[in-house]
Unconditional design. Sequence first.
Lengths: 251, 250, 644
Amino acid sequence: MNLTLNVWRQPNRHTEGKMVEYKVKDISPEMSFLEMLDVLNEDLLHAGKDPVAFDHDCREGICGSCDLFINGRSHGPEKGTTTCQLHMRKFSDGDTITIEPWRANAFPVNKDLSVDRSAFDRIIQAGGYVSVNTGGVPDGNEIAIPKEIADRAFEAATCIACGACVAACKNASAMLFVSAKVSQLALLPQGQPERKTRVENMVAQMDKEGFGACSNIGSCAAECPVGISLENIAILNREFIAAKATSNNLA
Amino acid sequence: MSWITKTLTSSIGRKLIMSISGLFLCTFLVVHVVGNLQLFKHDQGAAFNAYSHFMGTNPIIRTIEWVLVLGFGFHIYEAFALVRRNKAARGHGYAQWKAEQNSEWTSRNMGLLGTIILIFLIVHLYNFFWRARFGGLEKIGGDNPEISDYDNLYLAVVSSFHIWWYVLLYVAAQISLGYHLWHGFRSGFQTLGLNHRKYMPVIKYAGYVFSVVVSAAFASMPLYFYLFTNEQGELAANAPSLIHAVTSAF
Amino acid sequence: MLLDSKIPEGPLAEKWEKHKFNVKLVNPANKRKYDVIVVGTGLAGASAAASLAELGYNVKAFTYHDSPRRAHSIAAQGGINAAKNYQNDGDSVFRLFYDTIKGGDYRAREANVYRLAQVSVNIIDQCVAQGVPFAREYGGLLANRSFGGAQVSRTFYARGQTGQQLLLGAYSALSRQVAYGKVKLYTRSEMLDLVVVDGKARGIVTRHLITGEVETHAAHAVVLATGGYGNVFYLSTNAKYCNATAAWRAHKKGAFFANPSFTQIHPTCIPVSGDYQSKLTLMSESLRNDGRVWVPATVELAERLRKGEIKATDIREEDRDYFLERKYPAFGNLVPRDVASRNAKQMCDEGRGVGSSGLAVYLDFADVIKRTGAEAVSQKYGNLFAMYEKITDENPYELPMRIYPAVHYTMGGLWVDYNLQTTIPGLYATGECNFSDHGANRLGASALMQGLADGYFVIPYTIGDYLAQIPPKPVDANHPAFAEAKAFVQARTERLLSINGTRTPGQFHRALGHIMWEYCGMARNAEGLTHAKAEVRKLRNEFWQDVKIVGSGEEMNQALESAGRVADFLELGELMIDDALHRNESCGGHFREEYQTPDGEALRDDENFAYVAAWEYLGDNQPERLNKEELIFENVKLTQRSYK
């Protein structure tokens, strides 16, 4: 099929960008969306033009690198799917497709469609871990965890940190991302010793990065490629309130 | 900053204030709507005026009134603070934005709905509250010395509800309120962290029922007087029999 | 050069304990005076960086991703082995050791593998303590599943996302050290050369992928945890960025490259659907726990399937050939990967392959769905089934999956001794980047085990032994070797940009992949390899005359990044061919058609080839020198592998 693409082009973080129109021809419906962009980039390179920069790596929906805002939606129209797993059979011949980078002040554009999501790393660094050193830990089976709790913790832990939640949120809020990690560790016995400081510090860092607040709209969970649920945000709120009310942290 | 101000100005803290003030305002709505149902009584406003006199003079109510003002104040202030923060968080906007495919219209437009309600509130307060509190209303008069000195708020209400644009504003505001509550009720619980697999569906549907019932009850008042009564609030004989049946229950 | 593997003396089971006592220690107050560079932040890198920082060393961690969490370890699906014997089914450290040595077709070093099996149990404990949500039984204890090449259930898992959960555990430990200031994290920084001062590794040169800035970094030791080189084949289950550049640059600076031809072809991948395809997707080996592999019994039926006249479900039970169950009754569908792959290829070569291309076999879940219900199957494999459907548009709950082997892992890598040190003092290699533990074939769920074993439990001890022997003085970053290495990197970038030819890096990569897959893939022969060697050389010459890149080096330039990696693949590819050509035997993933048993199994030649081939770089366009490390087996008997 033949398609028209409206792609955001921006040379670097400090230069203004704009939408540019491209045509791609003979796209197979079996292709993935990124393979379609590969075709565009090969064409551009052959024509001596700068290919479109975009983030990608594993192309199997787990590394969280790909981050395209396609036709007004995070990762495009298909539910529960990363951009790399979106296939062209979801589009029709003659379609015009708009491709933009994630938009959030906390995610500055590197170039074209590639954005800087290091804010997520800094939030994890603020407390998204259990403070254990290598060695000296108890036997794995000494900590019995009910299957149901382990499963729920796992579901929260499957977040791939792609940022689709931030991109889709009207407020560019990172609550779903933060809540996934907070609730994973709040549910598990291993997370208990640092339960209060963790949520206090992670939320403080989230605010510092300039993400918006949560309006409980639900766009984030609806666009999450791995199905992190809104229940996690409620857990985060609960953890935050309890921590602020009872922790010994006066700062 | 102390830990308290830090907590309350954090993104979750601000939402917490929104939630608590919002749910508090819901309780106010319940009191308000139940009290106002007195309007439907076929007694030339006696019950309603007695009720409004009580509300205007009882010291406990007058004290709680200040809490209510605070509730509105916080709710409105935080709304502006959050909108500013949230707009800044996006920065550059999207060329194409299809939020309608992943969320409800009302959830995304709480600010718009709230603003309509706020405009209504100003008009509403001036028209009834201000006049009742600071004069400008007729007295009831008549033979009963106990009530003859009361303000006849009933008459003011009924005559206001015969002005078409006034009725229109009321109805529009109540539709906004309904949508505002549609999202706000459930959202308030979510912000407080009160989300549980078992109870969330109950909260959700209770919220839907609450928002429809409250806003419909409020909206029914101006419509009733505009459509079915004369300027003294007497039900017209040619009003539908259903209306007769319903209002006679009060 | 004599390769000293530095295997400690003593009985197998005591070597590691003894060695840990014998290695020199760095006094705690001195640890902060040593800097260590860790390149790569996958399982091996993140775990090493975190553990070294916890000990007190100053760590600089490098990744070309925007975040450490994107490393391709994240995509590992099935699980991680550990000799816990929680299932009471006869597992032990020795059995895991034995299975791994046997699975590797007796081409791995006994002492390393035994140590791996020993520390495997600590890994599970460590990960649980970090909050990794492993699958659990209703009683709250850890669950296990079975994997290929083993008759016990020793694989720990987190649905089909075990690699993700383990990596996030290591990433969280790393993040904690970043917060403490003990690890300085350099993201979007690609290592493009190693700095060697007086024969010792003393630093690296990196290019920042967003700004294009070329920087040098100095340290007392360098750890490479940069993964494997499966992307030589262009199409593989590796991520798009996976490359050999860091390891190859180290090789050219003096680190020997061991067994480069040992490549693992994974039997269960989604088949290729067209020329545009950019990568292949793995369907976890764990699926072979419950899925049954089959092809039609006759060529006629296969033809009708290929033409789309009939569907898989139309074929009667008696017309199906469950070839793995038929040929290997003891292990059935759970034979090791190399055996499963080769048999699938054989079926397709016989004309019984399915799918429109005929290059696929079925992996059928009808039986297990009938036995336990679709819900139970979804609990175990839900995400894999969903992924399969997204890619192929077919529902695996209704139709059997179509699968075909694809390049997945490279057992070869930088040669390391028992301490994981390469032939350059101060340069270490961990995880898939080294060659050490898997011999000629890796068992399923062992890559995660090795990466974490190296990073959490081996390198923290062995690197101390090296550092304790050098003075705790700052490394002189002004040594001319740093400027030289930087100038080399800049010159190479300039050269790539100046060619301005007609073919894109992608086109060259595809062409190389085609040659490698055709002649150095699942089955190899001397004639084909010789032909391929000439082809690769020709392609390499064309590359340096005709590659096309636009833009500059001072900006984000993905075509330039790709070109640099392809240039290195074009050199490594030739070495792989040399290695495959010199090894006149079949073993594990290296199947030379000239050397097979009458029933088509790999035929080893232990008399002549029970060694590690460690290749030494001597200069551009010169043949590399072969060095041998003899493999001595004192604890297992070398036999023909049998899974019947």
